[in-house]
Structure formats: C-alpha cells, structure tokens
Design a binder for this molecule. Structure first.
Ligand code: ZN
Length: 87
C-alpha cells in the first residue's frame, strides 16, 4: 500500500487532470473525504455505492469548475459508463 490514503490519491489525480485541461479550481482531500463519508447513494443510479468515483455535476467540458460544490459521488459502474460516453 502507498503511504497516501485513497482520498489523497483521488484528490491529487482529480486536481491534476483538471489542471491539465485548464479547468479552474481545486479540491482538498478533506473536502472530498467529507463528501464521500456523507454519501451512500449514487447520484446517478440511486443504488448503494460500493466503489466510489468523483463526478463533476456540470461536466468539465461544459465549463464546470473543479470545486467541491460541483462535485458529486457516483458509483464505479456509472463512472465507467460515463467514461465510455465521453471518450
Ligand atoms: Zn451509480
């Protein structure tokens, strides 16, 4: 296991991806942890989340910012479907 916890790694990966795309904003690991810990139901399919993913409510390609208010937690399956549609 890496010394970085999952929140740290996901935060870093998300911020890095957004920065690369020129998206405004940054989230912190504490913000993400808080959101994940308070989310048990996927925002897309309304099922219980087993493996979580970060989703931007207003998609980045539509001008959404990388701020915690624009972030929701979705399940791994929905995230996979989304990626398939996006790319
Ligand atoms: Zn889902």
């Amino acid at each position: 296991m890496s010394h970085l916890d999952i929140f740290e790694r996901r935060t870093y990966a998300n911020n890095w991806r957004c920065k690369k795309k020129g998206v405004i904003g940054q989230i912190t690991k504490e913000e993400l942890k808080n959101l994940v810990e308070n989310t048990s139901i996927c925002s897309h399919c309304n099922k219980n989340i087993e493996k979580w993913s970060i989703d931007h409510k207003i998609p980045l390609r539509k001008g959404g910012f990388n701020i915690i208010l624009n972030i929701q937690i979705i399940c791994h399956n929905c995230n996979r479907d989304k990626e398939r549609k996006d790319e």
